[in-house]
Design a protein around this ligand. Structure first.
Ligand code: PRP
Ligand code: URA
Length: 212
């Protein structure tokens, strides 16, 4: 992904360890959910180096000093339903006051085209740093449509956070939206004939919510 300046693959050994457990078909729903949350927090830490801060004066037991604190209300998180929901608490661990919007989308199993079925975004989102969450970036169709929707609502600062991406989908989003920074923890090999990421982890929504 060297050709795409807006793509960051974290590829950290501690994240790799967690991803190995996440992929394992024997990992159960509870541990899967906890790992998605933990990995999301680690990606959040890396991807929010430029979050808006303000200077405040703090009195320690010994002296007053000027410190930096995150500006409240400056960040909105938007999970793509369903699987993105599993990442919300991972971002909230670092940004407890971030507002949450929801975009409902599912992939048509035949065409792999995303179908939007729900959208509710926080008031004033156009002035916030918006982070779109989805553990899986496969063909990139869902992410592209969700970004277009956010842009139509006036969002100017958008990041996309994924746990696993396929090269096809990452390139598609990076090309279509060069102004959106994409952060993913792992870049996988390819998509299979059904649009699933290989080696991947299977269906993220089903594994998070125990639906299969
Ligand atoms: C999965 C995943 C993404 C999408 C990725 O959701 O969570 O939203 O597929 O695929 P794409 O990059 O090819 O668009 P799915 O459509 O299975 O819906 P679900 O979360 O409700 O199960
Ligand atoms: N959605 C998933 O949950 N997994 C994939 O591998 C592709 C799309």
């Amino acid at each position: 992904m060297k050709d795409y300046k807006n793509v960051t693959v974290l590829d950290h050994p501690l994240i790799r360890h967690k991803i190995a457990i996440l992929r394992d078909k024997n990992t159960g729903m509870k541990q899967f959910r906890e790992l998605v949350e933990e990995i999301t927090t680690l990606i959040t830490f890396e991807s929010f180096k430029e979050v808006p801060t303000k200077t405040v004066t703090v009195s320690t037991p010994l002296a007053d000093c000027e410190q930096q604190m995150v500006v409240e209300g400056s960040v909105a998180i938007v999970p793509i339903l369903r699987a993105g929901l599993g990442m919300v608490s991972g971002v909230h661990a670092l940004f407890p006051t971030a507002k949450v919007g929801h975009i409902g989308m599912y992939r048509d199993e035949e065409t792999l085209e995303p179908k939007e079925y729900y959208c509710k975004l926080p008031e004033g989102i156009e002035n916030m740093q918006t982070i779109l969450l989805d553990p899986m970036l496969a063909t990139g169709g869902s992410a592209c449509d969700a970004i277009n929707l956010l842009k139509k609502r006036g969002c100017k600062s958008i990041k996309l956070m994924n746990i696993i991406g396929a090269p096809e989908g990452v390139k598609r989003v990076a090309k279509a939206h060069p102004d959106v920074n994409i952060y993913l923890s792992t870049l996988d090999e390819c998509l299979n004939e059904n649009g699933y990421i290989l080696p991947g982890l299977g269906d993220a929504g089903d594994r998070l919510f125990g639906t299969k």
